[in-house]
Structure formats: C-alpha cells, structure tokens
Design a protein around this ligand. Structure first.
Ligand SMILES: Nc1ncnc2c1ncn2[C@@H]1O[C@H](COP(=O)(O)OP(=O)(O)O)[C@@H](O)[C@H]1O
Ligand SMILES: [Mg+2]
Length: 297
C-alpha cells in the first residue's frame, strides 16, 4: 500500500559511511534530507566530501570507493535493496546532476541536441519527437535565443555560460524529483554566475524539484538555499535553516566559514580565511572519534 505523504523527503541520507576500499574513511555518519521544493545547500571547503555525497546519491562512486554502512532513500525507496540495473533505472528516472565543469560534462564530438534527448529516449522511453520538443522547450526556458541552432551545434561552438545553460536544460528535461547541483557556477565568471544561480532558482521554483546544491561559498548558500548542511572532513558539523545559520551559527566551523565570505553589505571589512588552528583542532577531533569508533555505523 502506498501512502501519500507530502512531507516525505525526496532524498534521505541516513548515517552514511563511505571509505576507500579497505582504508581511509571519506564520509562519516552523514545524515541529511531534502524535501520536495526545498533547496538544501551542502557547504564545506575543498576535500570535505561534498561531491562524494552527490556521487553516492546518484550511484556513481568511483570503483575504489565503497559505502560501508548507512542508507540512501529516494522518495522513500531504499536503493540498496535494488539490483545495480534497477538502481540505475530508479536514479535515471528520479534524479539529475548539474555538474561543475560544463565543458567536460559534454561530449565534444557530438551535437548538443542528442546529448539532451538521449537520456529521455534511451533510459526513460520517451518518443524521439517528444524528447526533441521537450529539449527545445527547455532550451527556450533557459533563455537560449536560437534553440534549434544550439541543438545542432557542437559544445566548442558555445560559450561557458551557454554550455551551463544547456546542462541545466538537460538536467530539468526529464522532470526529475531531485537535482544534485555540484558547484555549478564555480567554473564561470562572476556575472555569468549570477545569471546561472537565478536561472536554477527560477526553474526549481516552478517545477518544485528538490535540490541538493553543493558549494564552498557561503555567499551562494545565502542566495540559493532554504536549508544548509555544513560539512568538514566528511562529517556534518551543523544543519539548519539558512536564515538561522547566518543569524545564529552554532558551530565554530560555520562561524569561520561565514567570516571567510566577502561581505557584500560591508565591502570594506576584510575577509578572514578559516584559521589553520581551527582546522587542525577539528581534524584531530574527527580522527579521535574515528579511533573511538563512536561514529561508525
Ligand atoms: N577517486 C578517488 N580516490 C580516492 N580518493 C578520492 C577520490 N575522489 C575523492 N577522493 C577524496 O575524497 C575526499 C572528498 O572528496 P570530494 O568529495 O571530491 O570533496 P569536495 O567535493 O568536498 O571538494 C577528498 O579527501 C578526496 O581527496
Ligand atoms: Mg567537489
């Protein structure tokens, strides 16, 4: 029997532990949830494990890395109970990725059109003409002026900003319930970054898609998200509403990240990087809790 529950999270990650096969721990007891219509930022410095969470959710972890314990649920379904093929099918039907680097994410030797329609046709069973129409609709929606021409262009014929628009169109085309956006504006220049953030927010708001938005930038967190999870060394430091994280950060690492963000309102204030002593102390704390086994699933 299925139960209709509007509060059921689209994505639920429960006590997730991920490690190099037979070795180093990369994610430690990570739990987070994203509800329909919610944008949750996942923030932390480089190497914290943000992309690893995204890869675990989408089922694309590198071969040398494994989930040692924990659960990932998409719309309440536990993916571990699926075969690899079922899992790929469920993920393809439910979730999309907006990647960090729009150039490497596109195949340079193929035209844009088929790169958008292929997943719709091959994975999701759309008719070719319906997929084609949907691709054109989305390209228009991301403010591409001549979508027909772009469909028959090659990636190198487009600017970085245009390529990221194409990837946003491709991510939203199958009407996913969840989008993982992994630093989608990091490779772009500042003015384009702003347009792309606005575009993701617009499409997210009108489709009600749940978004897990990976970033290292608290300025982006403030602009895009309603909720935020702060990650350090593969461990959640703090999770809260975005407004309360800024108004009343609980964890010293969160406070340090906020202080390390350029203040748009006070451009004269100097930016302070996250203090090295704090990072060392936190890393020791995490290592100690590993040894004590307190955080193993
Ligand atoms: N393919 C890999 N093999 C081994 N270690 C990896 C691999 N990919 C990432 N890592 C390690 O996992 C940790 C988390 O990486 P990642 O999720 O990419 O961080 P973030 O996205 O927060 O910058 C880092 O310590 C990184 O060096
Ligand atoms: Mg990353």
């Amino acid at each position: 029997m299925t139960h209709i529950n509007s509060q059921q999270p689209t994505l639920e990650v429960k006590n997730l532990n991920v490690a190099l096969r037979g070795g180093q721990r990369l994610l430690r007891q990570v739990s987070l949830a994203v509800k329909p219509g919610e944008v949750r930022a996942l923030v932390g410095e480089s190497g914290a494990g943000k992309s690893m969470i995204g890869k675990a959710v989408l089922g694309v972890l590198p071969r040398n890395i494994e989930i040692t314990s924990g659960e990932i649920l998409l719309q309440g379904e536990n993916l571990d109970q699926h075969s690899a093929a079922q899992r790929r099918q469920t993920v393809a039907a439910t979730a999309s990725l907006i990647p960090q680097d729009p150039l490497t994410a596109l195949n340079p030797s193929r035209r844009i059109g088929p790169q958008i329609t292929e997943r719709l046709v091959k994975r999701l069973g759309w008719r070719q003409d319906a997929a084609q129409a949907r691709a054109l609709e989305l390209l228009e929606r991301v403010y591409i002026r001549d979508p027909k021409r772009v469909m028959s262009s090659y990636p190198h014929e487009l600017s970085g900003g245009m390529r990221q628009r194409v990837l946003i169109a491709a991510a939203f085309a199958p009407k996913p319930k969840l989008i993982v956006a992994d630093e989608p504006t990091t490779a772009l220049d500042v003015t384009v970054q702003k347009q792309i953030l606005r575009l993701i927010r617009e499409l997210q708001a009108e489709s009600g898609t749940a978004v897990l938005f990976v970033t290292h930038d608290m300025g982006v967190v403030a602009k895009i998200s309603q909720t935020v999870t702060v990650l350090f060394a593969g461990k959640v430091m703090e999770s809260a509403d975005t407004a309360s994280i800024f108004a009343n950060p609980q964890h010293p690492y969160t406070r340090a990240l906020i202080s390390a963000t350029p203040r748009y309102t006070h451009p004269d204030e100097p930016m302070r990087p996250v203090p090295a002593e704090l990072i060392t102390a936190l890393a020791q704390e995490v290592a100690l809790s590993d040894v004590n086994g307190g955080s193993h699933g």
